[in-house]
Design a protein around this ligand. Structure first.
Ligand SMILES: [Zn+2]
Length: 427
C-alpha cells in the first residue's frame, strides 16, 4: 500500500475511476471508504491504534511489532541490525558462563528439528508431509545437499540426523533399509557391531536382498554374511508384508518424554562420550612419542600408576613419601609436577637454553599443556619425557639402585624427545 499510494491524492484516484467509466454511485462509495477514513491493523488478534489517513498513506512509513519492522517489501539484513546489535551486546556481557548457555541453545536446535521431521514421517497424509514429499521426495534420511537445496529440506534433513539414533526400521519390503548402517535389529546398526556380521561384504546392500518375493526371510543367504548365532534372532523379526513401505518406530517408548527431550539427551550423551574419549587420548596420540612414554602418560591420566600414596591406600606399602627425599606425599601431582628431582632436571634443560614449563599439580599440567600440544608440541613432548624418565629412575631408586645424575637425566630427556633416538645413557 505504502508504495502504491505514495504521493497520490484521492482526487487523482477519483479521476481514474471516472476514466474507467465506473458508475458515479459506485465511485461515491469507494471515495467514502478511503477519504478521511481511519484505519486500524489487526496484529495477532489485537487492533492497533487508529491511523487517520490524509492524502493517502505516506504517513504510515514505519510499523513495528515486537521491535520487528513490518514491511511491504522483502526484509533485508539492515532491517534486523537493531536486533543483531542488541543480541551481540547481550552475548558480550554474558562472559564465559553465558557462552556455555549459548552452546546449549545451539544444541537444542537440532532436537527441535527432529520433532518436525518426526511429525512429517508419522503423518504422511498430512498436508505438510504431502507438500514436502511432492517437492523433495520422501528420502529425508539421505543427506545430500546441492547448492540450491532449500532451507526447509535442510532443516528436515538435520532433524533426521538427530532422530535417527532413536528410531528403528520395521521391515515391509526392505528396500529402504541399509543393512550395515541402519538400525533394524535390536537397537544398533551393524556398523557399530562388526563382529557379528561381515560388514565389508554387506556394504551398500539393502535389506530386500534377504527377503523373498513372498515376504519371508532368505535364511540361506544370511549364512553368507552373518554369524550363525545371530540368524535365529534375525528371522524372528516379523516382515510387515501388508505394509507397503518400510517404516520407522521408536526404539524406546516415550513415556512422558517428548521426542525433543530424547533427541537432546541422546545427542548430549554421545557428545559427552565423545569428549571423554577424544580429550586427553587424542592429543596424547598426536604427539607421536615413544610408545612407552605414551603408555605411561595414558596410565597416568587414568590414575593407574602405583605411586606410594596409591600403595599406602591399598595397604601394600606403609610409607607414602617421595623416595627421593622431597618430604612430600608421592601422588600423581608430585610425580608429574612437584618432585624436586623433576624440577632440577627441568632447570638444567632451561640452563641449556630451552624453554620448559613448570606446574603445581597434574590437573594444572594437563590443562595447561593441551593448547601447546597443538601449537608447540615439542615443549609438551619434552615435558612428558622428563616426567617419564624421572618415574623410570624413581623405580630404580626404590629398588635400591643409584639415582641418575641431573645432567644424565636431562640428556636422556633431550635425546628421546628431540632426536627420537635411543637414550644416551642406558640405565
Ligand atoms: Zn619427589
Amino acid at each position: 500500500m505504502e508504495q502504491a499510494y505514495d504521493n497520490m491524492s484521492w482526487d487523482a484516484l477519483e479521476q481514474v475511476l471516472q476514466m474507467f467509466g465506473i458508475p458515479v454511485k459506485m465511485i461515491g462509495l469507494i471515495m467514502k471508504c478511503v477519504k478521511g477514513a481511519r484505519f486500524s491493523f489487526n496484529i495477532n488478534g489485537k487492533a492497533s491504534k487508529w491511523i487517520t489517513t490524509a492524502n493517502g498513506f505516506p504517513q504510515v512509513k514505519e510499523l513495528q511489532y515486537l521491535g520487528v519492522q513490518l514491511l511491504l517489501r522483502r526484509p533485508v539484513r539492515a532491517d534486523f541490525q537493531f536486533h543483531i546489535d542488541s543480541v551481540l551486546q547481550k552475548l558480550n556481557s554474558w562472559g564465559e558462563k553465558g557462552g556455555r548457555n549459548l552452546h546449549l541453545a545451539v544444541d537444542r536446535a537440532g532436537p527441535l528439528k527432529a520433532r518436525l521431521t518426526w511429525r512429517m514421517i508419522q503423518k504422511l497424509e498430512s498436508l505438510f508431509s504431502r507438500v514436502i514429499t511432492a517437492k523433495y521426495g520422501d528420502d529425508v534420511w539421505n543427506i545430500k545437499y546441492k547448492s540450491n537445496t532449500s532451507v526447509a529440506w535442510k532443516v528436515l534433513n538435520e532433524g533426521a540426523r538427530y532422530l535417527k539414533p532413536l528410531l528403528r526400521w520395521r521391515v515391509a519390503n526392505g528396500r529402504s533399509i541399509d543393512v550395515v548402517n541402519d538400525v533394524w535389529l535390536l537397537d544398533m546398526s551393524f556398523s557399530k557391531w562388526p563382529i557379528m556380521a561381515d560388514c565389508l561384504g554387506l556394504e551398500g546392500l539393502k535389506l530386500n536382498h534377504f527377503i523373498n518375493s513372498n515376504g519371508s526371510w532368505k535364511k540361506e543367504e544370511f549364512l553368507c554374511y552373518f554369524n550363525e548365532d545371530l540368524i535365529p534372532v534375525i528371522i524372528q523379526i516379523k516382515i510387515e508384508y501388508e505394509m507397503l513401505e518400510d517404516f520407522m518406530e521408536e526404539i524406546h517408548s516415550l513415556y512422558g518424554k517428548t521426542i525433543i527431550a530424547r533427541a537432546y539427551e541422546t545427542h548430549y550423551r554421545s557428545k559427552q562420550d565423545f569428549e571423554a574419549v577424544s580429550g586427553f587420548n587424542s592429543w596424547l596420540k598426536k604427539l607421536k612419542m615413544m610408545a612407552r612414554v605414551e603408555v605411561f602418560w595414558w596410565r597416568l591420566s587414568r590414575g593407574v600408576i602405583p605411586t606410594n600414596e596409591f600403595l599406602k591406600f591399598r595397604k601394600i606399602y606403609n610409607d607414602d613419601q617421595c623416595v627421593r627425599g622431597c618430604g612430600e606425599v608421592e601422588n600423581m601431582s608430585h610425580i608429574t609436577s612437584m618432585c624436586n628431582h623433576l624440577r632440577e632436571v627441568l632447570k638444567k634443560i632451561h640452563e641449556w637454553g630451552i624453554f620448559v614449563p613448570v606446574f603445581n599439580s597434574m590437573e594444572d599440567c594437563l590443562s595447561e599443556l593441551k593448547c601447546p600440544s597443538m601449537t608447540a608440541p615439542n615443549v609438551v613432548i619434552l615435558y612428558f619425557n622428563d616426567v617419564y624418565w624421572n618415574w623410570k629412575n624413581r623405580n630404580e631408586v626404590a629398588h635400591g639402585k643409584e639415582a641418575n645424575t641431573i645432567s644424565a637425566t636431562a640428556a636422556n630427556v633431550l635425546s628421546t624427545a628431540y632426536l627420537s633416538s635411543n637414550p644416551l645413557i642406558a640405565s
